[in-house]
Design a protein. Sequence first.
Length: 318
Amino acid sequence: MQTLNRVALLPLVLLIAGATSSITMVAAAGRPTTSSGAVNQGPVVTSTENGEDSLAPKAVEIGRVFGFPITNSMLVSWIAALGIIGFAQLATRNMRQVPGSAQNFLEWLVESLYSFLEGILGPHLVKRTFWFFATVFIFVLGANWFGLIPGAGVIGWGHVTAKGFHVDQPFFRGANADVNMTMAMALIFFACWLFWAVRENGPLGFLKELFAPKGESTGPLKVVLTLVFFAVGCLEIVSILFRPVSLSFRLYGNTFAGENMLDAMSNVFPGLGWLLPVPFYFMELLVGVIQALVFMLLTAVFTLLICPTEKETETVSA
C-alpha cells in the first residue's frame, strides 16, 4: 500500500488556503472604507435580545499585507495547512520498512481512508480521486480541531467590562467558521468534479449522463421518455449548481454553531467559565471528525453519481 503522495498533498492544501484568501479579498473589496483607506469592519460582536454578546458570523480582519486583507480565520487556515504539511514531511522524510510512530500513524490513516473510499468509489475511480478526498478530510479535521485549542477566540484586542476583559477582535477563529473557507473548498471540488466527469465520460457522454433517457424503449414511449429525462436533466443542472452552496453552508453552519455553543457555556456562569465548556469540547472533537467525514462522503458520492463504475462499464461493453 502506497503512502500519502506529498506532491499531491502540498499543492492542494496551499490551493485551498489560497482560494480562501482570494475570496476574502474579493469580499473585502466590496466593503465600505474609511477616510484612511481601511476597510470598515462594522461590529465584530453581535448582541442577543438579552444584551449578551455572541460570536460574529463573519471573520475579523486583523491586518493587511501590501493591501491584502488578513482575517483571523485565514490565519488559522494557514497554520493548519502548515501543520499538516510539516507533519507529512516529517513522517515521510525517511521511509523505513519498520516505520516509526509518525510514519506508522500516517500510513494507518491513509490506508484506512483508501480502503474506505475504495468500497464506495471502486478501484478505478479511487485511484484517480483519492488524493483530493483524503486531503480534504485531513484538512477539514485539522482545521476543526485547531479551532478548539485553548486560546482560539479569546486572545486578541478588546476592552474591560464590568464582567472582566472582553475580546472584540480575536486573533484566531476556527477556519471552517468562516464561509469563505468552506466556499473555497466547495468551489475547488466543483472544478474537480467537472474535470473528472468529462474525463471519465467524455464530453458527449457527460451530456448523455445528464439528459439522455435511461433504459431500452421504442416508439412513442421513447419520445416521451426523452422529454421527461431532458426535463430531469435541467433540474439536475440546477441541483449541481447549488451543490457548492449546500456543501459550504453545511460545514460553516455546524462549525459556527459549535463555537457559539462553547462561547455560551463559557459565559453562563463567569466563575465557572473554565469548567462548563469541558464536556462540550469533547463533543466538538467528535463533531469535527463527523463534519470532515460528511464533507468527504458527500463529495465522493457526488463524484460517484456522475462517473461510471467498473460494473457499469462492463455492462455497457457486454
